[in-house]
Write a protein that binds this ligand. Structure first.
Ligand SMILES: [Zn+2]
Length: 300
């Protein structure tokens, strides 16, 4: 019998990632291209279907795919069928993406938030059990958050649970992409580092910011705000495992030990601090695509 696969995809603000995953979660094909190469007309669903068809032809996958799964940097409805709000991929908002692709390809189609895919990937990589609470906090340009309870993602009433980046910060007047003012995302995400490089460290490339200025109060406070954000999650959930990842903690010379010390400082004593298990997870280009593959296999 021919080997079967799933297709994992990640549609981001800049890059479109797609890959073929076998039942052992091995990556058999992987592509990372500009979203502009995929979405070039005004009909986003037709563009997506067109690219998928082309991909399956080129990779000789016709009749060998069991499911398709896509991650978006977005809020998604509770039924996981429609992208509700996605500032960076707004052309995908309110389209029946699941129904449309299901109808055309005749196989199960799943969508979820990109951080859910990342959490599936990282949980698998760290060999974490399905039982219990696993929470992931990802500090990239913004802050991503996913909470998995006994192998199922926490959805919330409207499907928008896990918006940790939008906890309010005292005194901040920064407008946020979500429409509110003063969200933590603007103070503890990569956007803040970009702002520091624009306004204060004007001669420092962003990739050098911790190497050159990591000991200064502005950056120590920044890392402390990351710690506060993670501590909020821990204090609410008392998770079995907490994963911290994303582009920011993986930057050159990022003070990971200082971050862990600050997280422990902010977490309640003696519990949950005493039993806290924090994993700092590396970035991987194929993370979202493999995570989507795992997601598809777990939902089949
Ligand atoms: Zn916000």
């Amino acid at each position: 019998m021919q080997e079967r696969f799933v297709i994992g995809m990640d549609i981001g603000g800049t890059h479109f990632r797609i890959g073929t995953i076998d039942k052992n979660c091995r990556v058999c094909a992987f592509r990372k291209i500009s979203v502009k190469e995929v979405f070039c007309t005004r009909d986003a669903l037709a563009d997506l279907r067109g690219y998928l068809t082309l991909y399956m032809e080129e990779e000789k996958l016709a009749g060998r795919i069991d499911a398709i799964c896509i991650g978006f940097p977005a809020t998604i409805n509770r039924e996981r069928t429609v992208v509700l709000q996605a500032p960076n991929v707004s052309y995908m908002e309110n389209l029946p993406v699941v129904d449309y692709l299901k109808r055309h390809f005749g196989i199960p189609v799943y969508i979820d938030r990109d951080v859910c895919m990342a959490l599936y990937y990282d949980s698998r990589k760290q060999n974490l059990p399905r039982e219990g609470i696993v929470a992931g906090c990802y500090f990239g340009t913004g802050i991503g958050n996913a909470i998995c309870i006994d192998g199922r993602m926490l959805l919330g009433r409207d499907g928008t649970a896990g918006e940790l980046g939008h906890i309010p910060a005292v005194g901040s007047k920064e407008p946020c992409g979500c429409g509110n003012i003063g969200c933590m995302e603007n103070l503890a995400g990569g956007k803040y580092l970009a702002k520091l490089c624009r306004e204060i460290y004007v001669n420092t490339p962003i990739g050098e910011i911790f190497t050159r200025h990591g000991q200064e109060v502005l950056l120590q406070d920044f890392v402390d705000r990351i710690a506060m954000t993670v501590a909020v999650e821990i204090n609410i959930l008392n998770p079995d495992y907490i994963l911290v990842g994303g582009g920011v903690p993986n930057m050159k010379d990022f003070p990971i030990h200082f971050l862990e010390a600050r997280i422990r400082e902010h977490v309640r004593k003696p519990y949950p601090e005493k039993t806290l298990q924090i994993f700092f997870v590396p970035d991987a280009d194929e993370k979202s695509v493999v995570g989507a593959g795992i997601y598809a296999m777990e939902h089949k």
